[in-house]
Design a protein around this ligand. Structure first.
Ligand SMILES: *Cc1c(COP(=O)(O)O)cnc(C)c1O
Length: 405
């Protein structure tokens, strides 16, 4: 990494490309340029073969069969295709969808669009740890429910949702279950059979693959899930997603999953260590700090911390040697406070939470030295900002009688 650039601790925004992934992609950006839909010559055959291998790599990672993998342009498109595709085909059966407050924007905004078309959506609230109780899901079901959509792990606070429990509720009621698995799927257990999942979204650029490529898992047996394509065209991807497939992207995504399967155990152990170190380093040196999200049911390396009496945007400005995210502008191009932290803030009765929280996300190339430096820079910046805060002075003054007035 270049030393004049800040330390990259924003893996949830996007991950760097693994060099092995780049190497696997290169032939398909150069001499293997064929269109996988060309059936009449070896250029097309080579491309199609590459797609088959990648389908196998992604499918075997999630316990699916290769033909159940539909390539998309990323997680956003996979989520749109799952929700709109199911809603459109099954609207005669019912018009009710269940989701929850901390889903990614591409799920929530798609639900909003479906509401404008007459669908009813229940947005379940989360508890103070950002967690959804499966019992809430059960109680929200109506005879009109056609789909439940709940994410695997939250990309801002790392909380993992009880996917297998929700999956068995969905199965028992014959309701389709979609999981946005874009974040954390390479770090936590995930299996579409064991978890009762009918549809699942993935994106390569959150697990060391390239941007602009993703996949939707669509169950083909018990039950066979049908969905309406959202683009029309040449009949690619079993008619569910038309358009020439991005072959180098798919090859990269397949390779990224193949690597993930191979390094998972070791990588997860290493990330938990760094995660613990970062949290301990910060919480032991500063008062009035708190880990957002669930203390145990979380993805390693997604560390979101609430610093009372520190404004997130000021923190980012005084901490330019760290590439991190604040709760104010995490995932969107707007300056809206994060809807995830607002949902958690609502559950905890803490209005300022979104404005005083910082997200650090660690990954494959984060070192112990990076974490040490992050702790040092964070502690210094927080102390400096708090020294300027009369509110903090007052809070400390009343909490600590030794300090006097
Ligand atoms: C990044 C992300 C997405 C969107 O994926 P893109 O490929 O960037 O469109 C969706 N859901 C979650 C949980 C994500 O982290």
């Amino acid at each position: 990494m270049l030393t004049d650039k800040p330390i990259y601790l924003d893996y949830a925004a996007t991950t760097p490309l693994d060099p092995q992934v780049l190497e696997a992609m290169l032939p398909y950006l150069t001499h293997e340029f064929g269109n996988a839909a060309s059936r009449n010559h070896p250029y097309g055959w080579a491309a199609e073969k590459a797609l088959d291998i990648a389908r196998e790599q992604v499918a075997s990672y999630i316990g699916a069969s290769p033909q159940e993998i539909i390539w998309t342009s990323g997680g956003t498109e996979a989520n749109n295709l799952a929700l709109k595709g199911i809603a459109e085909i099954w609207q005669d059966k019912g018009n009710h969808i269940i989701t929850q407050a901390t889903e990614h924007r591409s799920v929530l905004d798609t639900c909003k669009a479906l509401e404008r078309k007459g669908f009813k959506v229940t947005y379940l609230r989360v508890d103070p740890q950002g967690w959804v109780d499966p019992e809430q899901v059960r109680q929200a079901l109506t005879p009109k429910t056609i789909l439940i959509s709940v994410m695997l792990a939250n990309n801002e606070i790392g909380t993992m949702q009880p996917i297998a429990d929700i999956g068995s509720i969905a199965k028992a009621r014959g309701v389709f279950f979609h999981v946005d698995a874009c974040w954390g799927v390479n770090y936590v257990p995930f299996n579409v059979q064991e978890m009762g999942i009918d549809l699942a979204s993935f994106t390569a650029h959150k697990l060391y693959g390239p941007k602009g490529i993703g996949a939707l898992y669509v169950r083909s047996r018990s039950p066979r899930v049908r969905l309406a394509p959202q683009m029309h065209g040449g009949g690619h991807e079993r008619g569910m997603r038309h358009g020439t497939v991005n072959v180098p992207g798919v090859v990269g995504m397949g390779k990224a999953f193949e690597i993930a399967a191979r390094v998972k155990g070791e990588e997860v152990a290493r990330l938990w260590k760094l995660d613990r170190k970062l949290i301990d380093g910060i919480t032991k040196s500063l008062d009035l700090v708190h880990l957002n999200g669930h203390p145990q049911r979380r993805v390693p390396g997604t560390v979101n911390i609430r610093f009372r009496y520190v404004e997130g945007e000021s923190f980012l400005m005084s901490c330019r040697d760290l590439a991190i995210a604040s709760g104010a502008a995490c995932t969107s191009a707007t300056l809206e406070p994060s809807h995830v932290l607002r949902a958690v803030g609502q559950a905890t009765g803490d209005d300022a939470l979104a404005h005083t929280s910082i997200r650090f996300t660690l990954g494959r190339w984060t070192t112990e030295e990076d974490v040490d430096r992050a702790i040092e820079l964070t502690v210094t910046a927080v102390r400096r900002l708090r020294a300027l805060s009369p509110l903090y002075e007052r809070a400390i003054g009343s909490a600590d009688p030794q300090r006097g007035k």
